[in-house]
Write a protein that binds this ligand. Structure first.
Ligand code: HGY
Ligand code: MN
Ligand code: MN
Length: 403
């Protein structure tokens, strides 16, 4: 099995990789995305799996008849954040194929259909909304709302899908497909250091923190950077800067996290006071009340500073995922299959499993990430931990689908 893991890792590695940063730029409905989709199809066909792409662009590779129902599904996503790492998403997809190879080597016989899935647009790097593929399929994102999504160049999601050869008119909920799933298990690199600290290769997810993305539009007054007196300025960059600092203060006070990781400035000239500064806030907390408190406090600080600067502020929530508590029965069954002493840990990272958990029994396996670094070219998981993850996933799939 580790041979097939290596071979898949090597063939996937160059797709969508930036030579400049060493990170990945696999954005929804782009050429890199198409390359990854072709890679997925080739891996599935090489294993004699029936491959299909659903109405929302998610890819499914089936062993057995989906119509039989009660399928065990595993997989993750292949898209990335800008300059993301190699493991976030792909480790779950590669491990799924490698786990199937392992089960075939063991001579396992499947009593339930098995599927390996590649969910489209999990990171929302291009259109700003996380988990578009799984949200559409589970009915958590309507076709109307999906049609409103635009990328930085003003291209809409349906336009991008059409340009990639997909029919955007078909998108929408897929309850029949979800009804055929008995359990979904997503393996993912840990985006934290809990397993490194506990000394374990593999862990099981307990919950996902509630988290969201808010766009702050700070609208000021464009003017000359060299001739406009300071007292006469309505400079949105100052308001933005104050808001970024307030975000850190409020998150620290609440034991939450808040990040302004993306900013867009108009007209973005060195010698021009901006007319508009757009900042995107990502905030997460262990519970909803804390998250609400933090975001409310950040917005309050932003408005107070906006008043002082004579700047207009509009805040738009662009993405939101409520707290996810993974189903205990499946979680505990997986722990039993894996020997009963696997650490169970929460995470602040969102996943398709979190979205699907509202519709089907869902669980997650985490693989140790010694630095905890993610959403960075430096993201890394040691080979022996990756192999341990594949073997654990194979045990889980065997326990769920072969007995
Ligand atoms: O942002 C997240 O938590 C995930 O990586 N999409
Ligand atoms: Mn991610
Ligand atoms: Mn991910």
């Amino acid at each position: 099995m580790s041979q097939s893991f290596h071979a898949m890792w090597a063939s996937l590695r160059p797709l969508g990789r930036s030579d400049a940063s060493g990170g990945y730029r696999r954005y929804a409905w782009t050429g890199a995305d198409a390359d990854c989709r072709l890679w997925f199809r080739m891996q599935a066909e090489a294993r004699r799996l029936d491959v299909e792409t659903d109405r929302n662009g998610n890819q499914w590779a089936w062993l057995g008849d989906p119509a039989a129902g009660d399928a065990v599904v595993t997989g993750s996503h292949l898209d990335s954040v800008p300059d993301g790492g190699a493991f976030d998403g792909p480790l779950g997809v590669v491990s799924a194929f490698a786990a199937l190879d392992e089960l075939r080597a063991r001579g396992a016989s499947f009593k339930r259909p098995l599927a390996i899935v590649n969910f489209g647009d999990e990171e929302g790097a291009r259109f700003g909304l996380a988990c578009v593929g799984s949200r559409l399929t589970s009915g958590q994102l309507t076709k109307e709302k999906a049609y409103e999504l635009r990328d930085a160049d003003g291209i809409s999601l349906p336009q991008a899908m059409e340009a990639a050869g997909y029919d955007p008119d078909a998108i929408g909920p897929d309850p029949e497909r979800l009804a055929r799933i008995g359990a979904f298990v997503e393996l993912h690199v840990e985006q934290g250091r809990a397993l490194d600290l506990s000394g374990d290769s593999v862990g099981i997810a307990s919950a996902i923190w509630p988290h969201g993305r808010w766009r702050f539009d700070f609208r000021g007054e464009a003017n000359h950077a060299g001739t406009t007196r300071l007292v006469d300025r309505h400079d949105p960059m100052l308001t933005y800067a104050e808001t970024v600092l307030a975000a850190r203060t409020e998150a620290a006070l609440a034991g939450a996290v808040a990040t302004f990781g993306k900013v867009a400035v108009e007209p973005n000239g060195v010698n021009a006071i901006p007319s508009l500064v757009r900042g995107w806030l990502d905030s997460r907390a262990a519970d909803q009340a804390t998250l609400d408190t933090v975001v409310t406090a950040i917005e309050k600080a932003a408005r107070e500073r906006a008043d002082k600067d004579g700047v207009d502020l509009a805040v738009v929530r662009e993405s939101f995922t409520p707290v996810v508590e993974f189903e205990h029965a499946l979680r505990d069954e997986i722990n039993r299959i894996l020997g009963g002493s696997v650490p169970v840990l929460g995470t602040g990272a969102g996943h398709d499993a979190g979205i699907l958990s509202a519709s089907v029994p869902t669980a997650m396996l985490f693989v140790r990430n010694p630095t905890g670094v993610s959403h960075s070219p430096l993201e890394f998981a040691p080979e022996d931990d990756c192999v341990a993850g594949v073997l654990a996933l194979a045990d889980v799939l065997e326990g769920l689908a072969c007995h």
